[in-house]
Design a protein around this ligand. Structure first.
Ligand code: HH2
Length: 284
């Protein structure tokens, strides 16, 4: 899953693809690099981010989704498109423009109309764990056992979605790396990702360029500041390979080519152990 951030303030690429043409070019490049899914978002969820209005979010993402749907992508492979939003009206407009996955980082909690919308249109949805909300989530997050707590949350949200009429097979689950989590919380979730995969739904993992990687690299060399996002590719690759081994099947990343390459080799090495989870989308 390649990330297309149409935002001025995303933590690693804010402002780079705010212009619709730049975002569409970015989408094309990600598909050429091997993305099976494009995740388009118009609202940053980085720690401390302020919410954006409905009108502004629509203004950012719709031209990009429409251009992708019109197949102006300079590549033959046709990706699935997901919309990274917590707002039902944005999801509704995105679905009308051909989006088939709603990536809701609030796991259907932010907008009371989201679950019904996903059910009504028969699209897939990604339910992600987040403690609190982006503005405040990194202020001393606490858990009993982070993996048990996240697992219980995802189980409850899966049940909620199914009760709202979303077929279970349309649900993807995501532990929400970096969303109200310390470095140690993120590491525990990655280490025990198999416990979340045991819920029986595909696991989405989003470690790409995230700050825990920057902090771990800084710690390793005795620095006091996290290494910048531009220097977190090695950590992104390592964590995605590990997540594959622990049962993840969708890898949300900014740098598709190197991560895909690493995953191909890791999948070949692991063979039958991950054949079920690592496969290209049916469309490619
Ligand atoms: N991470 C981000 C945004 N959306 N969705 C899912 N399902 N899982 C994630 O881990 C996830 C997500 C944050 O990354 P990014 O989009 O690059 O940054 P920003 O939120 O600042 O735009």
């Amino acid at each position: 899953m390649g990330v297309v951030n149409v935002t001025p303030d995303s933590f690693s690429d804010g402002g780079e693809f705010l212009d619709a043409r730049a975002a569409v070019a970015r989408a094309g490049a990600l598909v050429a690099e091997g993305a099976d899914i494009l995740d388009v978002g118009g609202e940053s969820t980085r720690p401390g981010a302020e919410p954006v209005t409905l009108a502004e979010e629509l203004r950012r993402v719709m031209p990009v989704l429409e251009a992708i749907a019109a197949s102006s992508l300079p590549h033959k492979r046709s990706p699935a498109v997901s919309i990274d939003t917590v707002k039902a009206p944005v999801a509704r407009a995105a679905i009308a423009a051909g989006v088939s996955i709603v990536n809701d980082v609030s796991a259907l909690r932010a907008d009371p109309h989201m679950a019904g919308l996903v059910a009504e249109h028969g699209v897939r949805c990604c339910l992600m764990h987040m403690l609190g909300e982006p503005r405040t989530m990194q202020r001393e997050p606490r858990y009993g056992d982070v993996v048990d707590d996240v697992k219980a949350f995802l189980e409850e949200r899966l049940r909620f979605a199914v009760d709202a009429g979303v077929p279970e097979e349309n649900v993807l689950l995501d532990p929400g790396i970096g969303f109200g989590k310390t470095v140690e919380h993120n590491l525990a979730l990655l280490d025990r990702l198999d416990e979340l995969a045991a819920l029986g739904r595909p696991v989405v993992i989003g470690t790409s360029r995230k700050s825990f990687i920057g902090w771990l690299l800084a710690r390793a060399v005795g620095e006091r500041e996290p290494v910048p996002a531009s220097e977190r590719l090695a950590g992104t690759i390592a964590t995605n390979v590990l997540a594959l081994e622990r049962g993840a099947s969708i890898f949300r990343v900014h740098d598709v080519a190197p991560v895909r390459g690493a995953l191909e080799i890791a999948a070949a090495t692991l063979g039958a152990r991950c054949r079920k989870t690592f496969r290209r989308s049916p469309r490619s």
